[in-house]
Design a protein around this ligand. Structure first.
Ligand code: SAM
Length: 277
């Protein structure tokens, strides 16, 4: 048996141990990316083998929590891919505006930047007060940060540029209060936001949403797990409900592809078809 094959067995056993001990299921995450993170973690911790890592994970909760932070890859930005937010303004908000009440789900929202970006768009379209937003992630520590809505001033500078590129023409500074090093997003932006812990691998859907945004999350899943998540979104959308994925993601490889039509093919914005034809 080659070293590569042994390593594959060790990775399988590690992911099984994490699942059994802590309930987090990474067994169907994309193999290449999870392997990179495991090897990096071994390296940083001075461990020679993945089996040693497994032992540490099983007997040391803090060690597991550090690995979980690493596995969850929380990279995000406000108005990330500004043209996506321009497309939301143009092609989605006019439809949502017609609804008596709007429900939006941000799945895998990380530290919340995406959620505040959407709240700003909704406010500018005058429909924020009429909207309930669910912002979820499987990483509790990250959800706490999202709820706080505090970002470094350096990041805020880049976010201001993104906001303008996304077609924003108000004063972005009106949406936060700046301190010495960081800015706190205005409370009214999150007045109708419920931040909650939700795992796309193991938790159920929680009601009908008019718009689901799950960007740059499915990219870390293998094909089978992508189908599970897309199935969950399909279940959570009424006919005509919108689903948005990240720029490197698509639902055209999914078993549910036929159930969705393109709204903005360039921005990965889809709409659930009417199931009655
Ligand atoms: C790269 S970030 C994307 C953040 C944001 N959606 C964006 O596009 O900027 C991926 C997020 O997905 C979350 N995530 C990964 N696996 C998840 C799962 N099984 N259930 C819920 N969230 C998950 C991670 O914790 C992380 O915050």
């Amino acid at each position: 048996m080659t070293d590569i094959e042994n390593e594959k067995i060790e990775i399988g056993l590690l992911l099984e141990a994490i699942y059994r001990k802590y309930g987090y299921d990474f067994r169907d995450y994309a193999k290449a990316s999870i392997k990179r993170r495991i090897l990096r973690h071994c390296n940083l911790s001075g461990l020679k083998t993945i089996s040693e890592l497994q032992h540490r994970i099983l007997y040391n909760v803090q060690f597991f929590e550090a690995l979980l932070m690493d596995f969850s890859i929380n990279v995000t930005e406000m108005f990330r891919d500004p043209s996506f937010y321009g497309a939301i303004r143009e092609s989605v908000l006019p439809v949502l505006k017609e609804l008596p009440h709007i429900k939006i789900w941000h799945a895998g929202c990380s530290t919340g930047e995406e959620v505040y970006s959407m709240a700003i768009l909704l406010k500018e379209a005058d429909i924020l007060d009429n909207t309930q937003i669910y912002a979820t992630d499987f990483n509790e520590k990250i959800i706490k940060k999202a709820r706080e809505g505090i970002y470094s001033l350096e990041k805020i500078k880049a976010y201001t540029t993104n906001y303008q590129k996304a077609g924003g023409n108000q004063s972005f500074a009106d949406y936060y209060t700046a301190g010495n090093e960081s800015a706190v997003m205005n409370k009214n932006l999150r007045a109708n936001v419920v931040f909650a812990d939700h795992n796309l691998v193991s938790d159920a859907s929680f009601g009908e949403m008019d718009l689901i945004i799950c960007r740059n999350v499915l990219i870390y899943f293998d094909r089978k797990l992508q189908d599970t998540a897309i199935g969950l979104f399909r279940e959570s959308l009424p006919s005509g409900g919108f689903l948005c994925l990240g720029s490197k993601e698509s639902l055209r490889f999914s078993i549910y592809s036929e159930d969705f039509e393109d709204v903005r093919i360039d921005e990965k914005i889809y709409r659930k078809k009417n199931s009655h034809g």
